[in-house]
Design a protein around this ligand. Sequence first.
Ligand SMILES: *Cc1c(COP(=O)(O)O)cnc(C)c1O
Length: 239
Amino acid sequence: MDNHPINEQEYLASNIAAVRASIQEAAERVGRRPQEITLIAVSKTKPVSMVETAYHAGITNFGENRVQDALPKIAVFRPQGIRWHMIGRLQSNKAHKVASSFDAVHSIDSLHLAQALNRYREIEGKDRLPVLLEVNIAGEQSKAGLSAAEAPELARQIARLPYLDLQGLMTVAPRVDDPEEVRPVFRALRFLQYRLRDELPDCSWQHLSMGMTDDYCIAIEEGATIVRVGRAIFGERVL
Ligand SMILES: *Cc1c(COP(=O)(O)O)cnc(C)c1O
């Protein structure tokens, strides 16, 4: 368990304030407005009590990467205005649970998965599910996501699904020592966004979900509209 010298409430509040300040500074460095950047607190492996504390410190967007771990938290903590984001690798056999519990999915990388989510969203009688295509920009073998070359065709097919709302792109940058090294990855996702905007103007393409604890400031400089921050808010994960 996390063992912090100060209480959990103060610990999370000061972490969140520090992250918000960094978001603001990064945005201002490139002439962007900080309000256009959504902070998702990635609460994976953390107990729902911490989610609740972060919520009371002003966080309304939470990210989880495993359906089984997330569902119990979502079931007990659903106050007004909260949004739960699925950010991890997702198999189609979990699509039903995700479609009924989550408010957005960042990790779409196949038509099969998109179709399953679309179908269950319809069955559940829910509104359109906001989704992002996960793109493996760096082409890492170990990572989920489709290649940039595959994105336009998959986007075209997903754009036709009536219960999904394709809003943009997501990527997970490689782990590096110096975050500057991943700047080209974020930039490439932005260039892909420009291209898709031209080719498929019917989708909003408003979101670039990119940047985690080690690199979210660089991602913001490169156009991130959503950053997914875990450790800088909740502390290291001990697993
Ligand atoms: C865990 C995770 C994050 C957050 O990572 P941190 O380094 O803890 O900020 C962001 N995105 C995805 C897809 C993740 O799995």
